[in-house]
Design a protein around this ligand. Structure first.
Ligand code: A2P
Length: 267
């Protein structure tokens, strides 16, 4: 199991299965079961996805001991109490705790939800707490008022959105940047540079894009509902990208190495 230490002493598996846009029901249960059978030990869901119950069902069906799987869910920032929302997530998941509970996006500002995250943490409902879609400025604002500091910032991150300033800020402040949409929700798989690097290392474009995150110790959560792809995306620990491969991929960045988490807000 390849993990990364978090600043609070816990550890996050570097590879996880993301289930964004996977409908609640058999499709989600089957994807999570497949991932667990294939050796994944990290599942990333969210209140906004509406599929926590299926994730829980798959976890139980797998028979894998609870403490061997890292489960993340995310607070849907609509104004509800984050600590109460965590309890509702736990009921849906059928769990006593999640490994990571994060604010899904900074709607209404970066700080208001945090005391509720700290309460969930203090109650033992979340082993680690963090955020998602937070920029450098939003992290600074949060860190200034936090009692328990965030240890993760999950953002859209891949060579095309290589948010170098955000990554550096996270590294300097004990925050693990975690990558969602590592494949650009699929649209970067056909890129010519990615294909060229993939051919030179004898791997698939998806494996190259996932490995690009791992080369930087960035936890990464590719999404797929297809068993063969879930398997392919998991075979990323037995090869490396050279400095030249990395440089070619790094040059794909379209953000200018931004410290922003998003190109535009959706709320
Ligand atoms: P599917 O779920 O049908 O397999 P991201 O992780 O960046 O959000 O990308 C997810 C998208 O990429 C989904 O549309 C998924 O489709 C597709 N995908 C995931 N893994 C692979 C793969 N190994 N090869 C091709 N497409 C993939």
């Amino acid at each position: 199991m390849h993990t990364r230490a978090l600043a609070d002493g816990n550890a996050i598996p570097l590879l996880g299965l993301g289930v964004w846009q996977v409908p609640d029901g058999p499709e989600c249960v089957d994807a999570v079961r497949a991932a667990l059978e294939l050796g994944y030990r990290h599942i990333d869901t969210a209140q906004a996805y509406g599929n926590e119950a299926s994730v829980g069902e798959a976890l139980r069906a797998s028979g894998i001991p609870r403490d061997e799987v890292f489960v993340t869910t995310k607070f849907y920032p609509r104004g509800d109490d984050p600590a109460a929302a965590a309890e509702q997530s736990l009921r849906l998941l059928g769990l006593d705790y999640v490994d990571l509970y994060i604010v899904h996006w900074p709607a209404g500002g970066p700080t208001w939800a945090w005391p509720g995250l700290e309460t969930a943490h203090a109650r033992g409902h979340a082993r680690s707490i963090g955020v998602s879609n937070f920029s450098v400025a939003e992290l600074q604002e949060l860190r200034a008022v936090a009692t328990v500091q965030p240890v993760v910032n999950q953002v859209q991150f891949n060579p095309f959105v290589y948010r170098r300033a955000l990554l550096e800020h996270c590294e300097e402040n004990g925050i693990a940047l975690e990558a969602y949409s590592p494949l650009g929700t699929g649209r970067h798989l056909g890129d010519a540079t990615v294909a060229k690097v993939a051919q030179s290392v004898g791997r698939t474009p998806a494996q190259v894009l996932i490995r690009w995150c791992l080369e930087r110790s960035v936890p990464v959560i590719p999404k797929s509902t297809r068993r063969t792809r879930i398997e392919e995306n998991g075979q990323v620990f037995d090869f490396e990208l050279s400095d030249d491969d990395l440089a070619q991929l790094d040059a794909l960045d379209t953000t200018g190495g931004t410290g922003e988490a998003l190109e535009r807000k959706w709320w």
